[in-house]
Design a protein around this ligand. Structure first.
Ligand code: NIG
Ligand code: FE
Length: 411
C-alpha cells in the first residue's frame, strides 16, 4: 500500500468531478498526482514529467475516481435507539404526535444524557466505520441530544475526538435549539435564553463548535426564537445552519438567508420566495431523502424551483435514530435521484463540492491542484453507477489527506 512519505500517482483512472463553475466534467485515462496530502496535478496520462523515484504508482485499472464524499448533515452521536417510535409509526403513529407526547427527540435526549463519553465515542466510531465503507471522507456531526450544558459539552467533545478517525474530518455543529427539553416544558423562551446566554458562550469559549443549528417547526422553535440564537452566533462569529420547512413552512429558509447561513436543511415545504432568498445569498440547500423516506413523507422538496433559481443542492444522510437511521451516503444519493428526481451528476455534486460549501470547506470537494487529496476510487464502469446501487458499495480505495485506505480497513 503506498504511504504518504513519498508522493503518489493514481494512474489509468477515469475522473468524474465538478469544475469551479459547477459543471460536471469527465476525464478518461487520467493521472492524479498527490504530494504531502495535496493534489499536485490532474490531467491526461503522461502529461507530467514526474521524477518517478519520488512517487509510488497505484494503477487504477480504469476505475472511476471522485472527490471524497462529504456527509454535511448528521446526528451520529446518540445513546439508545428509537425502535419504539419506528414500531409505533408502522402501527399508524405519527412523528409530530410522538414528539408532542414527550417521546421522539426527547427520548433520545434521555438516553444520550445517560450514556458516558466513552460509550458515545465507541458507538459513534462504529457508525463512522460503516459510513467510511460508502466513501465518506468528511462528516458534520450535530449535538442536540444533550440540551443541557454538561451533556451538550459531552457530545461536542466526542465529536472533536472523532476528528481524524479512519482519516475522516469532522465538523461539529451545536444544535442547542433542537427541541425544548422536559425541564423547560411550556417555557420555550426561557430555554432559548439559557441556550443563547449560558450554553452557547461556553461551548464557543471551549472551542467545541464550527457552527450553530436550530430546528424551526411547531414541535420545536419559532423563527423569532431562532433569530435570537442566530443574532448571538453572528456576533460571536459562528457560522449558521438550520433545519427548516421539513414538515411545514414557517419561512425558516428566508430567515437563514437573512443571516447569510452556510446551509438550509430539509426544505420539503419551502416555497419559491424561500428558494430565491437562499439562492440569492449563496446558501446551500441540503436535501435529506433518508428522513423523507423513513417518515413516509409525501411532499417532496421543489427541485424544479431549486434548479430554476440555481440553488446549490447538497445531499446528506441526516444519520439519526429517529427520522433517518441511514449511514450510507451512496444510498442517500440513490434516494435523492429516485425519490427527489436529481440526476446522478447532481447527486455527485451534492455530496462533494456543494456539501463542502455547506460546511464552509474551501480546501476540498473537487479534484484540482492545490486541494486536499481526499478521493474515492470506485469499481464501476459508468458514472451513473455510483448512485445506482441499493446497499452495495463499489468502493475500492478511500484516500484521505493523501493516505490510501483499503475500502474495508478499520483503524
Ligand atoms: O434532522 N428535524 C429534526 N431533527 C432530526 C431528527 C431528530 C430525531 O428525530 O431524533 C432530523 O430529522
Ligand atoms: Fe437533522
Amino acid at each position: 500500500m503506498p504511504s504518504d512519505s513519498k508522493g503518489l500517482i493514481l494512474r489509468n483512472c477515469n475522473v468524474m468531478d465538478t469544475d469551479s463553475d459547477g459543471h460536471f466534467v469527465i476525464q478518461k485515462d487520467a493521472e492524479i498526482v498527490i504530494r504531502d496530502g495535496l493534489i499536485e496535478a490532474v490531467g491526461p496520462r503522461g502529461n507530467f514529467p514526474i521524477p518517478s523515484a519520488e512517487y509510488e504508482v497505484l494503477s487504477c485499472d480504469s476505475a472511476w475516481v471522485t472527490a471524497g464524499l462529504i456527509d454535511c448533515h448528521t446526528h451520529l452521536i446518540y445513546g439508545g435507539n428509537r425502535v419504539d417510535d419506528y414500531q409505533a409509526r408502522l402501527g399508524g403513529g405519527n412523528y409530530l404526535a410522538i414528539n408532542r407526547s414527550g417521546g421522539g427527540i426527547n427520548s433520545t435526549v434521555e438516553s444520550t444524557r445517560a450514556t458516558s463519553h466513552e460509550d458515545l465515542l465507541k458507538l459513534a466510531k462504529f457508525r463512522l466505520s460503516q459510513m467510511a465503507r460508502s466513501g465518506t471522507t468528511s462528516v458534520e456531526i450535530k449535538s442536540g441530544y444533550g440540551l443541557d450544558l454538561e451533556s451538550e459539552i459531552k457530545m461536542l467533545r466526542v465529536a472533536r475526538e472523532l476528528d481524524g478517525f479512519l482519516g475522516i474530518s469532522v465538523k461539529a455543529t451545536f444544535l442547542g435549539l433542537h427541541v425544548v427539553p422536559k425541564e423547560f416544558v411550556n417555557r420555550g423562551d426561557d430555554y432559548v435564553e439559557y441556550i443563547v446566554n449560558v450554553v452557547l458562550p461556553e461551548v464557543v469559549n471551549l472551542g467545541l463548535l464550527d457552527a450553530v443549528d436550530g430546528f424551526c417547526e411547531s414541535i420545536a422553535f419559532s423563527p423569532g426564537q431562532l433569530a435570537i440564537l442566530y443574532e448571538r452566533a453572528r456576533s460571536l462569529g459562528v457560522a449558521i445552519k438550520g433545519h427548516v420547512e421539513q414538515l411545514s413552512n414557517s419561512s425558516g429558509g428566508s430567515l437563514l438567508a437573512g443571516f447569510d447561513a452556510l446551509s438550509a436543511d430539509h426544505l420539503e415545504y419551502i416555497d419559491e420566495k424561500g428558494v430565491e432568498d437562499l439562492a440569492r445569498k449563496g446558501v446551500v440547500g441540503v436535501l435529506l431523502p433518508g428522513a423523507y423516506y423513513f417518515l413516509s413523507e409525501k411532499t417532496r422538496p421543489p427541485i424544479e424551483l431549486m434548479r430554476k433559481h440555481s440553488l446549490a443542492m447538497a445531499v446528506a444522510t441526516d444519520a439519526n435514530p429517529g427520522t433517518s437511521p441511514l449511514y450510507s451516503l451512496l444510498l442517500a444519493m440513490n434516494m435523492a435521484t429516485v425519490l427527489f428526481g436529481l440526476t446522478p451528476q447532481e447527486a455527485l455534486r451534492a455530496t462533494t463540492s456543494n456539501a463542502a460549501r455547506a460546511l464552509g470547506y474551501r480546501d476540498r470537494g473537487r479534484i484540482e491542484a492545490g486541494l486536499r487529496a481526499d478521493l474515492c476510487v470506485w469499481g464501476i464502469d459508468h458514472p451513473a453507477e455510483l448512485s445506482y446501487y441499493l446497499g452495495l458499495s463499489p468502493l475500492i480505495y478511500r484516500i484521505t489527506d493523501g493516505v490510501v485506505r483499503d475500502a474495508h480497513t478499520s483503524e
